[in-house]
Ligand binder design. Sequence first.
Ligand code: TNX
Length: 510
Amino acid sequence: LIICIGLVSLTSCETKKPAIPRDLAKQQLIPKPVNVNATGSSFEINGNTSIQYQSDEVQPIATYLAEILRPATGFEIPVKVMDSKPSSDHIFLTLTDSITSNEGYELITKENGIVIKANKPAGLFYGVQTLRQLLPASIEKGTKVSDTLLVATGIITDSPSYGYRGVMLDVSRHFFGVDDVKRVIDLLSIYKMNRLHLHLSDDQGWRIEIKSWPNLTKHGGSSEVGGGEGGFYTQEQYKDIVKYAQDRFITIVPEIDMPGHTNAALASYPELNCNGKAPELYHGTNVGFSTLCIDKEITYKFIDDVFGELAAMTPGEYIHIGGDESHVTPLKDFIPFINRAQKIVEKHGKKVIGWDEIAHAELLPNTVVQYWSKGENAIKGIGQGAKVLMSPATKAYLDMQYDSITPIGLHWAAYIEVDEAYNWDLATFEEGISKENIIGIDAPLWTETVQTMDDIEYLVFPRVLGLAEIGWTPTSQRNWNEYKVRLGNHKDRLEALDINYYPSTRVPWK
Ligand code: TNX
């Protein structure tokens, strides 16, 4: 059936294709939902579609969905409070106690409308992300698409395996501005990630304004690896990032790395050095040569001020204190330093995360140990009652090259191809660390070799989709041969989002 509208030549005639109902069971969702029940028909988003909600706290999520659908459809897609029963052609978002999991949701699609139910707004947001992936990839282009917007009918019941699903971005080795961080947040939210850990200080740069110690950014933030310009976030910019992330149900976890990885701070304030002399700024990529002066009282005044200002800008429960690779801090100094740093963070109302070496110290009851290199450290932490955040470098490090010819990245831990980043399980990775010990996964992107947003995307995508699924989908429901097909089917979506992904030959890209 061909319908020509207006006085246009035959070649530009619109072809109205009959709608083919979609099969919900065959949708290519990442992360894979826990339960899918297809009913073999479809709902069409059209000019009559509206988004309805009941309580005020849901309104921003309804608006978020409308803002995705409006440019793609050209339709008005009004957002309104539901007064009585939702009218047909609705997409209805509702909070209910019948869903029990904090981040879980149910997405029910019938021929006359869609209902997303959740216990908390976060669950509704994840239901919206699932709905987004049920629509044609072309909606991600942000411009009007010609595809008919059909959603397959059925019920999806879903909730995550782990509560902490994150990525770490190192903004110290190379600095990335607010817009880049926001793009990372947007892309992570599509895959239901809920934490962005920002590595805000290291030898090569201090990236967060601390008003009581202004030289940290003025001098310590002025360069980066290779000697380029560097940069930093003002407190206003940082708060803007925190809010932007919060609106997408992502909590920012700020890290100030110490007592090692502190050359930028030491270069900014001579009094922080045991010899009272400030070193030069550092533009190289060696690790393990710097340390705060453990014996000086000013060191603790410094970290009290820094954590105080940081805690005041941090709605999330955690502050990360680093603690890795303090090779020039003897253990007899490292232990009391970490003990005291934890107490200072706690005094400011936050819980501590630290790299696995902190397990040598006496951990506070709520401290989390981030496993990156030594299982024995993580196990030592568990012995003290700590929980573990899983980031084993051989699987979860996003700065590792895919193979020996990857143009950027490192390979000190491993080459990590897309299948290797997917084919493992948090709870069986290390004997002695099991599911009840683990809060989730954090995938770090260190940026010694990463200079642009394109570089970030190339190392993060597509591996992060698999890492997101490791955090969300039960292990018993995951296998590479099935996943690789779903990933291959995401090609259109990655391209519509304009992501510079690595086109691994191990994935059957469609
Ligand atoms: C080790 S991982 C580091 C970082 C480097 C990274 C490079 C960790 C806690 N420390 O300082 O950037 O290797 O892969």
